[in-house]
Design a protein around this ligand. Structure first.
Ligand SMILES: [Zn+2]
Length: 96
């Protein structure tokens, strides 16, 4: 469950950072994706698994924006939960 400091999706490079409480939980959000600033921001002070789930959620938000998918938010939520669950429960390695 490693959260990188930046990520590339298509031709866009996004910074990933831990935010302040002021910009996250104070507004009732665990994180957010800002397409204008080109960043994914994760709320501070939560256990790593919760931060990782938030990271995957904001990653799906970013993919939705980059590829102009217009996914409804409930779909984004389900995709993110499924992807985070699959990633965390994955065992073994493919190849050498
Ligand atoms: Zn969202």
């Amino acid at each position: 469950m490693r959260i990188p400091s930046s990520v590339t999706i298509g031709v866009h490079r996004f910074k990933v950072r831990e935010g302040t409480e002021d910009e996250t939980t104070a507004h009732g959000r665990m994180g957010f994706f800002d397409c204008k600033k080109g960043e994914i921001v994760i709320a501070p002070g939560f256990p790593k698994p919760a931060q990782f789930e938030t990271y995957i959620h904001e990653l799906v938000e970013a993919v939705n924006w980059v590829y102009d998918l217009n996914l409804p938010h409930p779909t984004i939520q389900d995709l993110a939960i499924g992807m985070a669950n699959a990633y965390v429960s994955g065992k073994g390695r493919l190849g050498g």
